[in-house]
Design a protein around this ligand. Structure first.
Ligand code: ADP
Length: 397
């Protein structure tokens, strides 16, 4: 089945055309600056590439049309006509409590998606725009599926998702832990079961998605049972620019001292905090290691804080699940930084985790990086959210 995977942002649209049969990526790319001065990139292995500026893309509909034109282009295209696209899979950030699984889109689903907008006011409207644009350009006969960042975490029990706030905020306003990166955590947990040759329902896994945004998830028997992000993706470990967990009492103190309103305060927490805020150098972990190595103590502190908070969550989730069979590292940092994997999981021998420094000296490919005699396996698994979206889409379309 050929599935077009779409990740629509407010002025961008990431796409991939995948063949779910052999799991091959036929073409992928990005529309950027939609509604501004349209930038378009396209790459089809063995066929060619496009990198174009000033492409007329006033709305997401023209962006989708540009993607389709490239896919059927006689020169660098990968399909003869649009009718070869069997279905479209959309990444949707927030499915609230309504969506515990991916879903085939119809009018009822569209109405329910609208109801989720208040939960993710920055992201969901863009995702919905992407869905409407595909329907407009491709017609009603191409099935569309929504795959949610939150859905995998809907199995988290109340004890882990309820905030200790007046209960009405949950009942009336749906304030609770939702968690994000669900598609990634689901994908790597399934791959982990395959790599270990064990049924997923027999495994206790801790999945560490460590990138620019980071989250750690406890997965018991294939089901998410706790995760570090919360009502929004601001919670959990410190990230590139997000603070992660902090004492809410700090907000009033800083807002009063620096005369900030809540919008400015949230901008600080989302955009100026995390490892960028602590280091004053960069949100990019590569820059931070470099700066740390050349003696920048704040850069070193930022990386240490990040590693420490991931390590603490591993301990917490092992306790929560009553054990752990495997720890998974994925996303930019998890897939590439042997040093940070060692800093996070290198001193957990007391709980049966023994990294093998040689096996850990690897990047970007599936590998078992724990020692042969390690009770708890440690796995490096490159994430592939697009493939997971395509597979869910193929199943439902
Ligand atoms: P996003 O959340 O934007 O998808 P990624 O998963 O691509 O993020 O992760 C980006 C992060 O991964 C950046 O901070 C980058 O520095 C980090 N990263 C990539 N390669 C390395 C590496 N070799 N060593 C350390 N960090 C790396």
């Amino acid at each position: 089945m050929k599935v077009l995977v779409i990740n629509a942002g407010s002025s961008s649209l990431k796409y991939q055309l995948l063949d779910t049969g052999n799991q091959e990526v036929l073409a992928k790319g990005l529309c950027e600056r939609i509604g501004i001065d349209g930038k378009f990139t396209y790459k089809a292995p063995g066929k060619g590439a496009v990198d174009a500026a000033d492409v007329v893309m006033p709305t997401h509909s023209e962006a989708i049309q540009t993607v389709l034109n490239a896919l059927v282009d006689p020169d660098h295209g990968v399909i003869a006509s649009m009718s070869e696209i069997d279905a479209v899979g959309h990444r949707v950030v927030h499915g609230g409590e309504t969506f515990a699984n991916s879903v085939k889109i119809d009018d009822k689903v569209m109405a329910a998606l609208d109801e989720c907008i208040p939960l993710a006011p920055l992201h969901n409207p863009a995702n919905i725009t992407g869905i409407k644009a595909c329907a407009a350009v491709m017609g009603p006969n191409v099935p569309q599926v929504a795959v949610f960042d939150t859905a995998f975490h809907q199995t988290i029990p109340p004890v882990a998702y309820t905030y200790a706030l007046p209960y009405e905020y949950y009942e009336q306003d749906k304030v609770r832990r939702y968690g994000f990166h669900g598609t990634s955590h689901k994908y790597v947990s399934q791959r982990a079961a395959d790599m270990l040759g064990k049924p997923i329902d027999s495994l206790k896994l801790i999945s560490c998605h460590l990138g620019n945004g980071s989250s750690v998830t406890a997965i018991d028997g294939g089901k998410s049972v706790d995760t570090s992000m919360g009502f929004t993706p601001l919670a959990g470990v410190p990230m590139g620019t997000r603070s992660g967990d902090l004492d809410a009492g700090i907000l009033e103190y800083i807002m009063n001292k620096h005369n900030l309103d809540i919008t400015q305060m949230l901008n600080v927490l989302n955009k100026q905090s995390g490892v960028l805020g602590v280091s004053g150098v960069s949100s990019d972990f590569r820059d931070l290691s470099e700066a740390g190595e050349s003696g920048n103590q704040r850069a070193a502190l930022a990386v240490d804080m990040f590693n420490y908070s991931v390590k603490k969550l591993i301990g917490a989730y092992a306790a929560a699940m009553g054990g752990v069979d495997a720890i998974i590292f994925t996303a930019g940092v998890g897939e590439n930084s042997a040093e940070q994997r060692m800093a996070i999981a290198g001193q957990l021998e007391f709980m049966g985790v023994k990294l093998d420094p040689d096996a850990n000296n690897v990047r970007g490919k599936e590998a078992i990086i724990s020692a042969i005699d390690s009770k708890v396996k440690v796995l490096l698994i490159p994430t592939n959210e697009e493939l997971m979206i395509a597979l869910d889409t193929a199943e439902l379309a």
